[in-house]
Design a protein around this ligand. Structure first.
Ligand code: SF4
Ligand code: SF4
Length: 96
């Protein structure tokens, strides 16, 4: 699908673990990227410093839904389903 204008849900809802210019540790889920500017545009969209994870991300109906609000909900639910819990961390560290 075509990325919709005035959305930017994928720049807010997911966590990003790779460094973003000005956000060396990436960003937390639900935190807006500092490059998300008015009208939910990416201020560094055409800049080489834009993270690869951003340029690799393509709009997909299953993720983007029919509105920014829907995308925020879908992406947040994917984030919750794929984020390791504290128990997962404990389980992993106890097997090392
Ligand atoms: S969530 Fe989808 S439609 Fe919205 S800005 Fe990101 S890629 Fe585009
Ligand atoms: S760098 Fe641009 S595309 Fe990537 S999360 Fe930030 S605003 Fe979105």
């Amino acid at each position: 699908m075509q990325c919709r204008s005035h959305c930017g849900a994928c720049c807010t809802a997911p966590s990003i673990s790779s460094p973003i210019p000005g956000m060396p540790n990436g960003k937390a889920a639900g935190q807006a990227c500092i490059h998300l500017v008015e009208e939910y545009r990416c201020a560094i969209f055409n800049d080489a410093s834009r993270p690869k994870v951003c340029s690799d991300f393509m709009a997909e109906a299953m993720i983007c839904g029919n509105s920014r609000e829907e995308a925020m909900i879908i992406i947040a639910s994917i984030e919750a389903a794929t984020t390791p819990t504290d128990n997962d961390s404990i389980a992993r560290s106890s097997t090392q």
